[in-house]
Design a protein around this ligand. Structure first.
Ligand SMILES: [Zn+2]
Length: 378
């Protein structure tokens, strides 16, 4: 594999903003990823480098969000929360109004858009914004902890430049805001792997939701049963995503890397280790197209931070176990007894789990092969 120019998107400005203390979303995750990868030498020099984003411009935000919504979000942040804003999800339990919510969301979106621009200009082969990935926000809707849909905006910007975009979403929740945005389009293929929506927010993302009109067959949903473990997940990924990626042949991959599918996430019920993300990233990098990666969900903060630090080390071509454990020099996260660096220890799979998970995944894979693959000549 050739050396990639990898850009880490971060600004200390992000450290100013916090969801309310009782809220599960922790903006500090990006900062903590940085605290791990910086001493490893992965933010300067040959491996990777760091770029500070500017807030997204209003004219760009309006490519996805309505003026009415942007106005309401800004006004709410300034203390003016009215019924209209509440009807758009602003100020709900999931999407509370916190100090600087508008500024934070617009800066986070600016990070993902900076990543898109650097990929378009050829300055970056890989760009990672751990403060991005707000895939649930709608044009006029705050939902699922998301206010500004940075990933939909990035796909729009890339598609405007005539790029074929693969949007791949491995967050444990269905990437509904992005799927809906491109449901009738074939220039952005959306693929979301997530926990079965019968058992998890947002309740959409079944395998029979496959797009409409020109977008028919260009929306792919892979719902996964509770308890899905590494090998089963990878089997689904390899059976569905790899052939579609090859057939679609995108110019750029937008990768929403929510880490809430990891075992131990307090909001979801899959049983993955971060080794799955490592495998997926290796697959994506072998495909040799630019990758715009973002954060997303991930509510066990320590596990999420470690997964994203591992992801970044792979993006930088630095995931050699002995290197990472040496470079960490004992700076391991307190909550894990595992001393093997950034990678999680493999988790045992029970017979019962295997029997529950495998047939469900096999059925989904077969359905996708039947309905979607022929549209792509597979
Ligand atoms: Zn999520």
């Amino acid at each position: 594999m050739t050396t990639k120019n990898a850009i880490f998107i971060y600004s200390s400005e992000f450290e100013k903003y916090h969801y309310p203390s009782e809220h599960p979303f922790h903006t500090v995750r990006a900062q903590r990823v940085r605290e791990i990868v910086s001493p490893m030498g992965l933010l300067s020099g040959s491996g990777g480098s760091e770029v500070s984003p500017k807030p997204a411009e209003r004219i760009v935000l309006k490519k996805f969000h309505t003026a009415r919504y942007l106005h309401a979000l800004k006004a709410a942040a300034a203390g003016h929360l009215d019924v209209e804003a509440l009807q758009m999800g602003i100020g709900s339990q999931d999407c509370p109004v916190f100090r600087g919510v508008y500024e934070y969301s617009v800066l986070a979106a600016g990070g993902t858009l900076t990543a898109a621009k650097m990929i378009l200009s050829g300055q970056a082969d890989i760009a990672f914004n751990p403060s991005g990935g707000y895939h649930h926000a709608g044009p006029e809707l705050a939902a699922g902890f998301c206010y500004i849909n940075d990933v939909a905006l990035a796909c729009i910007i890339l598609a405007e430049q005539k790029k074929r975009v693969l949007y791949l979403d491995v967050d444990v929740h269905h990437g509904d805001g992005v799927a809906n945005a491109f449901y009738g389009r074939s220039d952005v293929l959306t693929i979301s792997l997530h926990q079965n929506p019968k058992t998890l927010f947002p309740g959409t993302g079944f395998e029979n939701e496959i797009g409409t009109g020109a977008g028919y067959g260009y929306c792919v949903n892979v719902p996964l049963p509770v308890g899905t473990y590494d090998q089963a997940y990878l089997k689904a990924f390899e059976a569905v995503v790899l052939p579609l990626m090859k057939a679609y042949n995108p110019d750029v991959i937008v990768f929403e890397l929510g880490a809430d599918a990891l075992a131990g996430d307090p909001l979801a019920n899959l049983s993955l280790t971060n080794n799955v993300y490592a495998e997926i990233i290796n697959h994506l990098m072998n495909f040799n197209k630019p990758i715009l990666a973002t954060g997303g969900g991930g509510y066990n903060v320590d596990n999420t931070v470690r997964a994203w630090a591992l992801a970044w080390s792979i993006f930088c071509g630095a995931d050699r176990d002995e290197d990472t454990s040496h470079a960490l020099g004992g700076v391991l996260l307190e909550s894990t007894e595992w001393q093997g660096g950034l990678r999680d220890r493999a988790l045992a799979v029970t017979e019962q789990q295997r029997n529950a998970v495998e047939p469900a995944i096999e059925a989904v894979v077969q359905e996708i092969k039947k309905t979607i693959f022929p549209i792509h000549g597979l």
